[in-house]
Design a protein around this ligand. Sequence first.
Ligand code: ADP
Ligand code: MN
Ligand code: MN
Ligand code: MN
Ligand code: MN
Length: 344
Amino acid sequence: MAKYKLEYIWLDGYKPVASLRSKTQIKEFASFPKLEELPLWGFDGSSTQQAEGRSSDCVLKPVAVYPDSTRKNGALVMCEVMMPDGKTPHISNSRATIVDDADTWFGFEQEYFLYQDGRPLGFPEGGYPAPQGPYYTGVGYKNVGDVARQIVEEHLDLCLDAGINHEGINAEVAKGQWEFQIFGKGSKKAADEVWVARYILLRLCEKYQIDVEFHCKPILGAYQQALDWNGSGMHANFSTKFMREVGGKDYFEKLMAAFSKYCAEHIAVYGPDNHLRLTGLHETQSIDKFSYGLADRGASVRVPHSFVNAGYKGYLEDRRPNSAGNPYEIASRILKTIQTVPTA
Ligand code: ADP
Ligand code: MN
Ligand code: MN
Ligand code: MN
Ligand code: MN
């Protein structure tokens, strides 16, 4: 038997988007615990905007477990927040709103900024770095610095150790901006992994005294006026079994008509302050317009060449979700819209 450090992770009740919370409990297991072996736990919801003071117990229900290679006998335990009965999802429990389908695949491209002393990492105090251009997929100290590379590499290793299905990482368009991509078969699985990867990144950056800025347009005001800086997205690539195996132009057009019809409902869960980012500039469509286009990075939905070449089969990229969006809500909404379109 060994004593395991179980880090129970959950989403709080803050609006417009939840933040990550966690606490540790120690339990003995013969080997790395399986999900079924992990007990329910609780926390004080009055401190997380999830309960009134008088009856403040909320329940944590483990839904996924990952090895935590930063700690001896460590495990990261992703949880859903439940009511005291342990069965009813709490109102803040966005994961429970996903009507899952293991055959739906999601790939999230999480962009973010590393921040230090109130500005993006690599921005000189009181000034600006050279304009955008060399940073995207860049190399060299003047383009990516040194600490940033160290952090993203360490983050990648920790996520791979945890079994998170990273598909890649890259330096992004603005200085101090990075991206990682996570792909999952099953929307809950993909979204869980995005939240846990965010958790690992935030915790890793503590020791560097660096913050992770998930806001979609953190560089505003003087910095933004002096030189035009990109915002951060979380493009959602998705495919259902039907899209991959049957598809067709007719179905595709009906699907896009449904996306157009529910444009406002999508934007409502695609992350806070998205009007600052979806301006029609910087490879985005305006927030109030819906469009799709072949390989078009200025459209709401980009249709990959591979999709058209295969006879309108494969995956599509919704470019509107932003970096601070909740992947549970995003996946849930995309699935809802897909389900309005008949496949026969
Ligand atoms: P780009 O930056 O050009 O938009 P990325 O490589 O960053 O492209 O992201 C593409 C994403 O598409 C990846 O996260 C990948 O996992 C995802 N993806 C690829 N195939 C599928 C598929 N069949 N269903 C859902 N997502 C997919
Ligand atoms: Mn990308
Ligand atoms: Mn990107
Ligand atoms: Mn981008
Ligand atoms: Mn993309």
